[in-house]
Design a protein around this ligand. Sequence first.
Ligand SMILES: Cc1cc2nc3c(=O)[nH]c(=O)nc-3n(C[C@H](O)[C@H](O)[C@H](O)COP(=O)(O)OP(=O)(O)OC[C@H]3O[C@@H](n4cnc5c(N)ncnc54)[C@H](O)[C@@H]3O)c2cc1C
Length: 423
Amino acid sequence: MKVLISGAGIGGLSAALCLLHHGCEVAICERAEKLDDIGAGIQLPPNAMRVFAALGLDGALTARAFKPTALEARMGRSGRQLFTIPLEDAAAQPRWGAPYLHIHRADYIAVLEAALRARAPDALHLGAEVSGYSQTEESVRAHLADDRTLSGDALIAADGIHSRIQGQILGPQQPRFTGSMAWRATVPMPLLEQKSAADKPRPTACVWMGPGRHCVTYQLRGGALANFVGVVECDETLDGTYEAAESWAARGTPAQAIADFKDWHPTLTGLLTEATELYRWALFDRKPLPKWVDGRVALLGDAAHPMLPFMAQGAAMAVEDAWAVARALTNSLTGKNGAPQNIEPALTAYQHQRHARTARVQAGSRANAKTFHRRSRVSQIGTYAPMWLVDKLAPALIYQSQDWLYGYDVTYDDAYDKIEAGS
Ligand SMILES: Cc1cc2nc3c(=O)[nH]c(=O)nc-3n(C[C@H](O)[C@H](O)[C@H](O)COP(=O)(O)OP(=O)(O)OC[C@H]3O[C@@H](n4cnc5c(N)ncnc54)[C@H](O)[C@@H]3O)c2cc1C
């Protein structure tokens, strides 16, 4: 089976690798002339690492990543800890089956690109923008902006939040601007070394919560870089102070970011003071899409289920999708002489398998914005005091609450074994 893929982000590259692993041929079209080296840190949770372990890439990713000691939540101003989930605890890795990592997006892409080039040297087409598709009973064609076409048995659209193929399947969508902006920065750790031990970014994934805003801090590249993400409810975007762009490349100034986190904990203001490059991403919300599939074409990753970044799961969901769609298409190889059959039912089964889980993560991410940004004293006590109490009295409950997310193993989900392709 030959599968075409539009987009070589984390979702498209993972899909290519999973399809190769399952014995398919792939051609992946990326509109950029070279793969992105922009962006900052990404959390790489155990549910995504399971897929990379199955692909034999866990070692390469771990070598370029940072292993946090814990996930924790703190109050943004005082730094008071609300709860912690130790990851070094002998229980954490066996419980979720793989490590929790932080990685620079450029390093993540580099590992996936190198693996793809090693396994299928001619599969990646750079400078190849997919403008649309057409299909017959027998095949699907990807039409490129420069008038070339590629033909295959199926087409996977991993072309991100502004997916052209999603537009062709569903028509224009109207994302809702949330009124929030995400600041992103990385700072070399040696610049922060002179700070007091209490003020240095910790070797954890830490969410700092406060009225109308929150931050996430963690380390990258073996602890050489500190990563900062700060989300602010900011009406300025609406009155034109900022351009409301969903972009890894849109910039802001350190002074703007420092003003947004004035009076917050010295770990955060210290990080922002040392940051020379600050990127900002306007956060838009989208409802789960009703339809991911049109005949031989299916959406994957942000093209299928764009989500707010408040569970740090967008890329991880794309990686899970990648395994699921490869498995579904492989199961469709039931025709005479192993010829591809029943592509549409296989892709529909993929959507059925993935839709509820990704919609749950989309909803959870939306809800986290409210949890992290409680404004009144009463709502803060009502939300954060129970977290603190559970952490002190029944910490096992905090692990349990994350099992559905981090403990899920798409590589062992046998849903497809129970679905006969075509039924
Ligand atoms: C502030 C912020 C923090 C985040 N933190 C995390 C985190 O910690 N963990 C996590 O898992 N996720 C995180 N995410 C989400 C994550 O970045 C996305 O979910 C993920 O990058 C989606 O991958 P994708 O491959 O679906 O899309 P993209 O990464 O957008 O890739 C799409 C690719 O398709 C290409 N393309 C687009 N159109 C075309 C076309 N017409 N033809 C050919 N190529 C095309 C693009 O150039 C790009 O290379 C975060 C997001 C934000 C905004």
